[in-house]
Design a protein around this ligand. Structure first.
Ligand code: UGA
Length: 432
């Protein structure tokens, strides 16, 4: 099949490369000339494990190429995927102007029957608007279908998530489009759920919001555990054996971040309000997540008493491990709050240092976890990189002014930390 993938962000680039990997001819299009030229030179604009090798291989085998022009790239396409950004506006709603622009361009340049697939995360009824837009600008009345096919890949494991998905959601109206989508995804051998386009759109927002709800729920449970000296890890394990609940996304921490959960939560809330539905739970999920970051900074206060004039080493800046993405990362708010309280912050992240340089102000960026710990009064862990879990803790202890660790991701066993002589604070577990 010939695929035109419009948008080379996380979703577009990974999806385009993976479709090429399973045998399709893919042209990835973007209107950002720098991005396209970077990709043509074989360099990746994002860090994603396994992506670079896959892109190189498929470019070499001539199944994957990059272009600035939608007109040229959809000429022979069977599918045009819309994977452009839907950034949040100040009122929380999704800015759909990029989607609309692309829909117009597709309508003007399509040459034969085309399946237009909405891949970006969008509010319910966007497919309907895309369809209307194409009908309006498609003067030659070329037949087409619009399909909603939301993506569930996670940054850091995106390639694997695409190739081994839990499910594939296809929201389509016509049998022709359903059958073509079935063939396209056939090689993945994953369960396919066929719905109407609106239901498919809601599945995406409802899934992300539900996962965010699980995290805020366990973070609230963690706060109860802290009050009574219980252990949230054990609570989550006990709950997780119930197949109806499941252990995943029950890891308590210093809050969720990233470009998906916070944004999609806002967008789902916005559309609910617009439709006259009070989705109170999601407002609480958002508030709990904001409070969790403040609660974490209070832990640093508990450990240091006075933050003013202290040096704090921060480990982990990306919003989660195995990515360089710092968009809506909890580290940004946590560092800001530490600085507001008068701390000098020195920080380290294995991958996101270049992004950190752009986003963080007044932070000394260090070359290793040990450098970030050197001379600090307290070490704060914000992202659960494996590298931190494997640190030489004796060495860390020697680097620190005081052996105090405030762990926002529960990376270490409190009993071990006590044995090693640390003052150790974590989430939902007794401090030692
Ligand atoms: C999320 C969804 O998991 C994907 O299915 C979805 O496709 C994607 O959004 C999207 O809409 O594009 P992602 O944002 O890459 O993926 O990251 P997650 O692994 O879901 O983690 C999000 C945040 O939750 C991170 O800050 C992470 O540290 C936090 N988290 C996750 C917890 O605090 N506790 C947990 O138990 C799990």
């Amino acid at each position: 099949m010939n695929i035109c993938m419009i948008g080379t962000g996380y979703v577009g680039l990974v999806t385009g490369a993976c479709f090429a990997e399973i045998g399709n001819n893919v042209i990835c299009v973007d209107n950002d000339a720098r991005k396209i030229s970077t990709l043509k030179k074989g360099r990746m604009p994002i860090y994603e494990p396994g992506l670079e090798e896959m892109v190189h291989k498929n470019v070499r085998q001539k199944r994957l190429s990059f272009s600035l022009s939608i007109a040229d790239s959809i000429r022979d396409a069977h599918f045009a995927f819309i994977a452009v950004g839907t950034p949040p506006r100040s009122d929380g709603s999704a800015d759909l102007s990029y989607v609309e622009n692309v829909a117009r361009e597709i309508a003007v340049h399509m040459k034969k029957y085309l399946i237009i697939v909405e891949k970006s995360t969008v509010p319910v009824e966007t497919c309907e608007w895309v369809k209307r837009t194409i009908l309006r600008y498609n003067k030659r009345k070329i037949p087409f279908d619009v399909v909603s096919n939301p993506e569930f890949l996670r940054e850091g494991t995106a390639v694997k998530d695409f190739l081994q998905p839990d499910r594939i959601i296809i929201g389509a109206e016509s049998e022709k489009a359903k059958s073509a989508m079935r063939d396209l995804y056939g090689p993945l051998k994953a369960p396919m759920v066929f719905t109407d386009p609106k239901s498919a759109e809601i599945i995406k927002h409802a899934s992300n919001s539900f996962l965010a709800t699980k995290i805020s729920y366990i973070n609230s449970v963690a706060n109860i555990c802290e009050k009574v000296g219980a252990n949230v890890e054990q609570v989550a394990e006990g709950m997780g054996y119930d197949a109806r609940i499941a252990r995943s996304f029950l890891s308590a921490g210093c809050g969720f971040g990233g470009f998906c959960f916070p944004k999609d939560l806002e967008a789902f809330l916005w559309i609910s309000k617009k439709l006259g539905v009070d989705f109170h739970i999601l407002e609480t999920v958002r508030r709990v997540n904001e409070d969790q970051k403040t609660h974490f900074v209070h832990k640093v206060e508990e450990a240091l008493w006075i933050i003013q004039g202290k040096t704090v080493g921060v480990l982990g800046l990306a919003f989660k491990p195995n990515t360089d993405d710092m968009r809506f990362a909890p580290s940004i708010d946590i560092i800001r709050m530490l600085q507001e309280r008068g701390a000098a912050v020195q920080a380290y992240d294995p991958i996101s240092m270049a992004n950190a340089r752009k986003v963080l102000k007044g932070v000394k960026l260090k070359d290793s976890a040990y450098e970030a710990a050197k001379g600090a009064d307290c070490l704060v862990i914000v992202t659960d990189w494996q590298e931190f879990a494997e640190m030489d803790l004796e060495k860390i202890k020697k680097c620190l002014n005081h052996p105090t660790v405030v762990d926002g991701r529960n990376l270490f066993d409190p009993a071990r930390m006590k044995r090693l002589g640390f003052h150790y604070y974590s989430i939902g577990r007794p401090a030692v």
